[in-house]
Design a protein around this ligand. Sequence first.
Ligand code: GLN
Length: 536
Amino acid sequence: MSSTKYVFVTGGVASSLGKGIISASLAKLLQRRGYSVTIQKFDPYLNVDPGTLNPYEHGECYVTEDGAETDLDLGHYERYLNVPTSQANNVTTGRIYQRVIEKERKGDFLGKTVQVIPHITNEIKRRIQLLGNTGEFDIVITEIGGTVGDIESLPYIESLRQMLWEKEGDCIVVHLTLVPFLSAAGELKTKPTQHSVKMLQQSGVQPDILVCRSEHEINDNIKRKLALFCNVKKEQVIEALDAETIYDVPNLMKKERLDEVVLNKLNLDLGEEGELVEWNNFLTRLKNPKAEVTIALVGKYVELKDSYKSISESFIHASSTNECKVNVKWVHSESLNPEIAKETFADVDGILVAPGFGERGIEGKLEAVRYARENNIPFLGICLGMQMSVIEYARNVMGWADAHSSEINPESTHPVIDLMEEQKKVTNMGGTMRLGACACTLERDSKAFEVYGEVEISERHRHRFEFNSKFKADFEKMGMKATGYNPTTGLVEIVEIPEHPWFVGVQFHPEYKSTVERPHPLFVSFVKAALNNKKQ
Ligand code: GLN
């Protein structure tokens, strides 16, 4: 193929319409026709990356293999496509400005006035084409965060306009919009979409395809009307109805022929239409569960479920493999205490203690670990959750009452979780944790080995603190084993209690690697253990 093609996905009328899911679904359909596709997201905020954001702001921070802290939509891209993303797949306005300002300070602009056009837009265009220029991809889908009309989106829309002009025939724009239903009038309304398209046109951008989110069927008349007012053909108006699960969307988009319309617009061959065999097997199992379990997810951000997006998606993947519906019971760690633990966990078959930072809700997390350990309930602790399992064991089994993490209590006489050596000199908060994929070697005689079926694994990290190896022998003597460690540094990555039916704490984040076609073995095994626990 001659050159990489670009599909831009913009959003109009309202936020949260699901640009990420539409982009991922389109990519999936193109992938099944034999195209190599990647998706990238441009976020219009000024943080250099979302790593320093509180999850309440934008939900989970997703970590890639190469250690980039990114928007949670990248998680969807990986879960759908089964292809790893990287730093190049997520760019913020902050990063764009940082680079331009660095160049200005170096004197790269030769005495010129540095301006949004052309300097910022040039940097945006350069970043848009980074992945395309690797030659690895036939099609790059670029999702523009935010909504058309936002002040902060303007430089992106202007960059699209320039690219559409400069690379005529190689770029198209898919505009995702909302067609609301007014129950009083009993009608779907097209006006908001017309306005949003006008707004794009005012910036010199004509969308090629409209994807219309709606709660009701968008009939031919409405499609015709939208086509007429928005300068597109009727086939280029795509209906996107609310779906039972996000994993239905590729099939819905296939029915609407979104992939065909896109390929036609890009003058690309339709290729051979492969079936989504594995994908649909996954869906069939997901929708026909033979059993049901309830797993408590204990965390301090549970009011905003997006804070734990990858964890809840991993449960969906594992539930399909086990043909067992997983109900997640969201438990706020701040309100958990010994008095209500029994009642809170009476109906749960497994307990997961979530990742996190800082002191809020810590005692509740420790209580959740204690309950799982003492009552033989399958337990999975992730990152901070693993650290809590170590502290709980030290306090309640080993009798070290003031055991803690030096993140919370730097004065503890038993800092069983301590700052990593290389973290001690770190002063900047952004992008300085232990991030991304690291190797881990498993002990053969362990639950972890049973689960993974291999000795050398690799998982993604995001933390500053670690299991304090000084105390390793004490823990092992008292029944908590380190069963996974980093082959070069020796850092402990996994702890287990062999006497417990299923008790695993992992310093890494397995949830980032679970996909539809490759559900993560730890989640699969954890759900299975919960199911066994329920049967008993
Ligand atoms: N706050 C802990 C640390 O920095 C755990 C981080 C996490 O759960 N991602 O080590």
